[in-house]
Ligand binder design. Sequence first.
Ligand SMILES: NC(=O)c1ccc[n+]([C@@H]2O[C@H](COP(=O)([O-])OP(=O)(O)OC[C@H]3O[C@@H](n4cnc5c(N)ncnc54)[C@H](OP(=O)(O)O)[C@@H]3O)[C@@H](O)[C@H]2O)c1
Length: 329
Amino acid sequence: MMRLAIIGFGSVGRGVAAAIAEKSLDLEVTAVADSRSAVTDPDGLDLLAVLDAKEKTGKVGSEGVGAMDVIRDGRFDVLVEVTPTNALTGEPALGYIEAALAASKYVVTSNKGPIALKYPALAALARQHGVELRYEATVCGAIPIINALKTGLAGNRIERLYGILNGTCNYILTRMADEGLSYQQALLEARELGYAEADPTYDVKGIDPAIKLVILANTVFDMNVSLDDVSITGIDAITTDALALADEQDCTIRLIGEIIPSKRIMRVSPRLLSKDHQLVVHNTLNAVTVETDLAGDITMIGRGAGSMETASAIIGDLLFIRDHHVKRT
Ligand SMILES: NC(=O)c1ccc[n+]([C@@H]2O[C@H](COP(=O)([O-])OP(=O)(O)OC[C@H]3O[C@@H](n4cnc5c(N)ncnc54)[C@H](OP(=O)(O)O)[C@@H]3O)[C@@H](O)[C@H]2O)c1
């Protein structure tokens, strides 16, 4: 049985716990921490009870025990790091991930901050301690794009990768085009439905998809770049008139993130696409096309966010570690 510590028990952490409680995956959670409390049991926690406690009290367990205590002292094989993203410092996740790797624990994260800022150093730390850091959930939610690129398409040269990497922007553009809503009206609706953050800057200015490009560039294409290397235009200046004009030509507008590895091109910008283009997906969906030399073009479409959708990517990484590294009887 592979043992996990889950740090962060919000939408994603609870999704992971609920999926593990429901399925027989040979995974046991021995510790859970949120921002104010923690609960541990070396013999395995009752996850339904922890989910219930979180719902009723807002905490998973006792105050006075913190996430770092769990990482330092807990009995677990893999840290599941699912705290909020900070794209400027990577903290607190960066410190948690470094501490776990230094203690020879595997790490699975959905947190873009540490991966975009420090992947090469974290991967080196993992290697030094004989463990692995996996991060499928950081890009395109449920779509297994990183594993597809690193494993399934491993022998291919990737000529270009482009697609819709932000569901919030896609929702706003879809609603503006379909219902004639203004940008502000569509943004308000996205907020009311919980798709957009109270501060939607990262999404609508195109920073979130740019961070995902940096993750792909550095971890799959070895490009050694930062956010400053991405040319970024968001969707906040798109007008209903622009979408109506596009519609007259049987086109629409989508926010496209693109990497051309051989030219070191990375850009995020609104593009005019024919309505029957494979990337014209609706509402909060993500879609990504990979142009390769051997396999031709491959397009994957799916949910880019959500509790269970993100949990799906995390569990895929966990089962990889279970089967390749930690197998216990
Ligand atoms: N939601 C998605 O669909 C999605 C998709 C892909 C990636 N992600 C990424 O996954 C991560 C988690 O997202 P989420 O939606 O689950 O966020 P969330 O609902 O805001 O939950 C964050 C959790 O982290 C806890 N936390 C905050 N500061 C902490 C600290 N210093 N130490 C320990 N725990 C702390 C919070 O504690 P409290 O409960 O006490 O507040 C909360 O339980 C983020 O990095 C996000 O960008 C999310």
